[in-house]
Design a protein. Structure first.
Length: 329
């Protein structure tokens, strides 16, 4: 173990009473783009879960871009009170689906799984045991990996970039199987595509995060080659997370550094051209003059953008909490 939008409900099975004395475990399944047989996914993960607790529920959240839920799952949801189904009116993405599932669930322990097989379901109790033993977030790490070399190379490059900009050393953030306490899930600021960075967001908030090795499922070992736009979006997500992690509370340091670099570079260029002009060398048709003026203007704009960001942070400072108290002694 390694430590470091509006929605339209489709089917709402009768909820078990909230006065239940046992610990309730809610399994949230965001169905966004692809899915295996959801009935088989439910059966596979419910089997080890039923040996841990008798009080659990599965919340399936269907994104609007996926389409209607399968009729077989809807029929089971009407018969099985532990299956609940939500359907978005529009395509809002996986992060929104997770948020909706968290809000609709009633468990004190939350588990997220993808709508397809990534790990062996028998590893689920290990994640729950880790949370019950003091860990705030337990993330499944597919180990041993059964992917081909290209899949492992993609994963290695992604995590190397993430580690370089965040400092958190995680090895399988692409795995969607996680267990966490409810207060942890509710304290994370999720939007956009930040669901991939849940371990890092929790780690940044000061929670204890552990990676639990779980055998990879054979159905997940196929080759994964994405369109070029997917890789560009992943890179932009890493850049966005770097900015959020480092400069959310101090945007002037980020934009000021870039702006000062541009301004000083433009200043040096224009100073050099001024010296040449004093010596009688013409500069009117020099592209370097345009570059120097452009860098000066860009530097001023970036510094001004940072100042505006600082004013926004200052005005919202009384409504923000940038710390988490671990305990009071």
């Amino acid at each position: 173990m390694t430590i470091h939008a509006p929605m339209a409900p489709l089917v709402t099975a009768t909820r078990p009473p909230k006065e239940s004395t046992g610990e309730v475990i809610s399994v949230i399944v965001p169905v966004v783009k692809r899915a295996d047989d959801l009935g088989a996914v439910y059966d596979a993960f419910a089997a080890p879960l039923s040996r841990v607790t008798a009080d659990y529920e599965f919340v399936f959240v269907f994104d609007g871009g996926f389409g209607p839920p399968p009729n077989a799952l809807v029929a089971r949801g009407r018969q099985d009170r532990r299956i609940r189904i939500l359907r978005f009116a529009h395509a809002f993405g996986e992060t929104a689906a997770l948020q909706a599932g968290i809000a609709a669930s009633r468990g004190s322990l939350l588990v997220t799984i993808p709508p397809y097989f990534q790990v062996q379901p028998q590893g689920l109790p290990q994640l729950l045991d880790a949370v019950r033993n003091g860990v705030d977030v337990a993330v499944a790490q597919r180990s041993p990996r059964r992917d081909g070399w290209f899949n492992r190379l993609q994963s290695h490059v992604f995590h190397a970039l993430v580690q370089g900009v965040s400092g958190g050393r995680f090895h399988d953030m692409g795995c969607g199987v996680r267990a966490m306490r409810r207060h942890v899930a509710e304290s994370l600021r999720l939007y956009g595509d930040l669901h991939r960075f849940i371990p890092l967001l929790a780690f940044r908030e000061g929670f204890r995060v552990a990676e639990i090795p779980v055998p990879q499922h054979a159905a997940d070992a196929h080759s994964k080659v994405y369109q070029p736009g997917i890789y560009v979006r992943r890179l932009l997500d890493i850049v966005a997370f770097f900015f959020l992690a480092k400069f959310t509370e101090k945007p002037l340091r980020f934009f000021g550094l870039l702006g000062s670099t541009c301004f000083m570079s433009g200043g040096l260029i224009t100073l050099l051209l001024l010296i040449q002009r004093v010596r009688g060398i013409g500069i009117a048709n020099r592209p370097l003059l345009l570059l120097g003026v452009l860098l000066l203007a860009l530097g001023v704009q970036l510094i001004g953008l940072g100042l505006v960001g600082e004013m926004i942070v200052h005005l919202r400072a009384s409504h923000r909490r940038s710390y988490r108290v671990l305990e009071t002694v």
